[in-house]
Design a protein around this ligand. Sequence first.
Ligand SMILES: Nc1cncn1[C@@H]1O[C@H](COP(=O)(O)O)[C@@H](O)[C@H]1O
Length: 506
Amino acid sequence: MTAPWSRNLQRDRCGVLTVEIEHVDVATLEMLEQQGVDCQPKASTIRIIQDKYLQKVHFSQHAIPLPEFMQIEDLEGAKRAGDLFGYPLMIKSKRLAYDGRGNAVANSVEELSSAVTALGGFDRGLYVEKWAPFVKELAVIVARERDDSILCYPVVETIHRENICHIVKAPANVTWEIRNRATDVAYKAVSSLEGAGVFAVELFLTGDGQILLNEVAPRPHNSGHHTIESCYTSQYEQHLRAVAGLPLGDPSMKSPAAIMYNILGEDEGESGFVLAHQLIRRALSIPRATVHWYDKPEMRKQRKMGHVTIVGSSLGEVEEQLKAMLKEESSSYPSAVTPHVGIIMGSDSDLPVMKDAARILDMFAVPYEVKIVSAHRTPEVMFSYASSAWQRGIQVIIAGAGGAAHLPGMVAALTPLPVIGVPVRASALDGLDSLLSIVQMPRGVPVATVAINNATNAGLLAVRMLGIKDVDLLARMSQYQEDTKNDVLKKAEKLENDGWESYLNP
Ligand SMILES: Nc1cncn1[C@@H]1O[C@H](COP(=O)(O)O)[C@@H](O)[C@H]1O
C-alpha cells in the first residue's frame, strides 16, 4: 500500500530527517506547528478523511457501530432528519469541524434554521446525527505502520465543555470489558482506512454498555497529549515512526494514571494571559505536573493555549491534584505521596497487634494509612473503603480482625487488590477462631493469611509485593534479610563463645 502522508524521506547533512507530508488536515498543521515543526504541506487531501460524512458512510459500510446519520441539503431535509431521529439533533459540518467548530445542536424544529446558520449554511456541506445517549466519551489513539500493523494506546476518557475537549483521564475509569470493546471498535475503524501514522478514534459509551464510533482524526490528537509524559512512546514520536516506516514504540503507560487539562483562553487579550499564567504558576507547584504552553501570539476566549499533564499512582490522586490546581486561592497541593498500603482493623483493640505492620512500613518508608473498619459494626464503611481503595492508589490492603474475623475476606471480595489477613487473638478461643475465619476462604477470593498476631509478617509481605515494581524497595528487603541473618549469626557466635549459662544470665 502507499503511505498517504509521506513518500519522500530525506536526511540532510546534519542527519535531520525530513518527512514530506502530502495529506494533512488543518488541525494536524496546527498541532505540528505547536510542536515547533516547520510545515509546508502540499495541497492534496484524502476525501475519505477530510469529508466526515463520507468517512461515516465508509465506517457504516464496514459494519462499525456508530450513531445513525444522514446528509442534509436544505431545511426540508433537516426537518425530515428531525422527524426520523428526534431532538436534540446534532448537526455537523462535513469539513473543518474540530475543537468545537462545525458542530451545532438543535433542540427543537424551531432551532434548526439558526443552527444551520451558525454552521455557515447548507453550502458548507452539512449532515445530521442522531443524538447518542452517551454516559461517557472515550478515545483511543491507534498507531498504524506502513506495513499495516496496528498498535493501540490505552483507552482514555475525554470530558468536553461546550464541545471542546477539557480534561482527559488515562486510563478511562471503565471496566476491562468496556476497555476491550472500545479498543476493538477503534482497531476496526483504523483497519478500515488507509494510511500510516497515528489516528485518534473518538467513541461514545452508552448506558447499556455499547461503544459507538464518533469520529476518527487521522493525526496526533488532544486525547493523546498525555502520552508525552505517561507512555513509553508519545503519540508524536509514534506518528513519525509510523510515517517514516520505523518500528513502532511501546504505547503502554509507564505511570499508573495521568490527567490532562487543556488551558483554554478565559478572556481576550492581556487579561486572558494573566489568568493563564496564574494557572501555570499553580500547576508548576504540583510535583509531577508538566506544563505545555503553545506560545500562540493571540489570546482568545476558549482557544487552546496549552495544556497541563499530571501523572501519578492513581486516578484518584491526579484528580485531587487537578482539583486543587483549579482552585484559584489554593496555595498547597495534596502531596504526591498517597498511601500505598491500607492497614485496617475491626476495632481499636486490635491496634496493639496491628501497629507492628505500621512499624515495618515505616522502616521501609512505604506510605500507608491506618483505619478502623468493622465488617459487622460499620459494613457500609467497609464497602466504600474496599471498593474505592484501588482508585485511590492503595496497592495492598492489610486487614486484621479477631473473633468472627470477616473483614479481610469481605474486603478481598470487593477489591481486585491483594489482601493480607492478620488473625488477631481477641477471644476466649485464643485466635484460632479468627485464623480459621480468615484462612478458610472460598475458591476465587484469596486472602494471604499470616500467623496469629503476626502483623510484622503482614507488613513484610506487603513490602515484598510492592517490591515487584520498585527495585529500591526490593534491594532494601534483601538488606533486611541479610541483617536478620547477621543478627542470628551473631547470637549463635555469642552462644558458642559464652556457653548457654552465661548467655542466659549475662
Ligand atoms: N470481628 C469483628 C467485627 N468487628 C470487630 N471485630 C473484632 O472483634 C474483636 C473485639 O472487638 P472489640 O474489642 O471492639 O469488642 C476485635 O478483634 C475486632 O477485630
